[in-house]
Write a protein that binds this ligand. Structure first.
Ligand code: AMP
Ligand code: MG
Length: 390
């Protein structure tokens, strides 16, 4: 058995950053920027009014000053002339500030009769003008690597970047194994259950940025598993769920070895998720997850997510642990690292009562994995502990 840290180091060696491809801006959200992109224009490209009002000369602005309105500047349609002494131009938000003007008196501070404009309220110091290039200038970079958030997409759009270089999505093939499993929506036999963590993992890995193929459930026979591995060919990462322990029907280890899997490790000193195996299978990395739903999901967070992130080129380390104060006592830990399902709220962090690795209902209530080191002594409410948000 190896430690979680050693396992992670070995897992990283099984995958490497993927090549990039180009997608349209509209499809770039959530993808990982693979190369820096550069603005080719200033934003705004001209000094722009930030308010609706009147563009005038700042030197003439004072309470009760009077101006003649000589034209209009709207967003998308500038005033063609120059603002002279005693003149004002009606202006709207986003419109270019006309030549000759360097102040916008907001509409609320004015009184207008025909072409005659009076500053009726104290206009203040603020010019209400956004200088050209105040948001970004031509040459401003968005630096790779980075997972593109909605606001990054907006910024690239403003930069007029229509095509975006992103890392290719890692393709993950998910193979559930077990005679007891049926797909959600099917009618299970009396001794059957529904394949569940398969779909939890699909959601988790897709959220991380992978493309996930859910393969047909492999039955607990050599041939069915072989068929499933055959269907997984071409994937960057093949993940099996279940069949990884030492029971008579746990065939993943044997079948993958027969197919030439070069094993990196088998079994980790952790709870939940001890029977985890990994290695290389042809062109793919392979990870065999334990079948217990909580074990599978926790291993997904701890091991699969960082592998996907490495393939996407966005960092190799696990999300950093955070600290919180215990809201309730916890007893001594055993010899393995323990990732306890826990709830974090304004009172602190509290381990869930039942830590059995089959309980999806408990995992679904949890929003954190509370980390216990091997042989960690009992801890009391108020003590600081480490956790990973989920
Ligand atoms: P195994 O590792 O195959 O012995 O499975 C351990 C436990 O996890 C058993 O109770 C299985 O029924 C259950 N299990 C395995 N795969 C899945 C799955 N995809 N969805 C839900 N439960 C599963
Ligand atoms: Mg099984």
């Amino acid at each position: 058995m190896i430690s979680v840290e050693d396992a992670r180091a070995l897992l990283f060696k099984l995958v490497s950053p993927l090549p990039s491809e180009t997608v349209s801006l509209a499809d770039s959200a959530g993808r990982c920027l693979a190369a820096d992109v550069v603005a080719t224009r200033d934003q705004p490209p001209f000094a722009a009014s930030s308010m609706d009002g009147y563009a005038v000369k700042a030197a003439e602005v004072e309470l009760h000053a009077m101006f003649k309105v000589v034209g209009e500047a709207a967003a998308g349609r500038r005033f063609q002339g120059t603002v002279g002494p005693g003149q004002a131009v009606r202006i709207f938000t986003g419109a270019p500030v006309p030549d000759g003007a360097d102040f916008v008196v907001i509409q609320e501070d004015t009184d207008r009769r025909g072409d005659l404009l009076t500053i009726a309220d104290e206009p203040g110091e603020k010019t209400n003008i956004r200088p050209a290039g105040v948001d970004f200038k031509s040459g401003t970079k968005m630096c790779a690597p980075k997972q593109l958030q909605p606001e990054d997409v907006a910024l690239m759009a403003a930069m007029n970047i229509a095509e975006v270089p992103v890392a290719r999505k890692p393709v993950v093939a998910l193979i559930s194994t077990g005679d007891e499993l049926v797909m959600p929506g099917e009618i299970p036999g009396p001794d059957q259950i529904i394949a569940s963590n398969t779909f939890g993992l699909k959601a988790l890995l897709e959220k991380t940025g992978a493309h996930v193929r859910v393969l047909p459930i492999a039955r607990d026979t050599q041939s069915s598993l072989e068929t499933a591995f055959g269907l997984a060919e071409g994937a960057d990462l093949v993940v099996t769920i279940g069949g990884a322990s030492v029971g008579d029907y746990d065939l993943v280890s044997d079948v993958s070895s027969n197919l030439g899997m070069e094993r990196a490790f088998y079994k980790i000193r952790m709870r939940p998720g001890k029977p985890l195996m990994a290695g290389r299978l042809g062109q793919s990395a392979m990870v065999g997850l334990p079948g217990n739903p909580v074990s599978a999901m926790v291993c997904g967070y701890l091991f699969l997510v960082p592998m996907i992130r490495r393939m996407l080129g966005i960092g190799e380390v696990l999300q950093p642990f955070r600290t919180a104060k215990l809201a309730a006592d916890i007893s001594q830990n055993g010899p393995r690292e323990h990732y306890m399902r826990a709830v974090l709220d304004h009172e602190g962090i509290r381990a869930c009562d039942d830590q059995d690795s089959s309980l999806l209902s408990v995992l679904a209530q949890a929003n954190a994995l509370l980390l216990r080191q091997p042989h960690d002594p009992a801890r009391s409410a108020g003590d600081e502990v480490q956790y990973l948000p989920i």
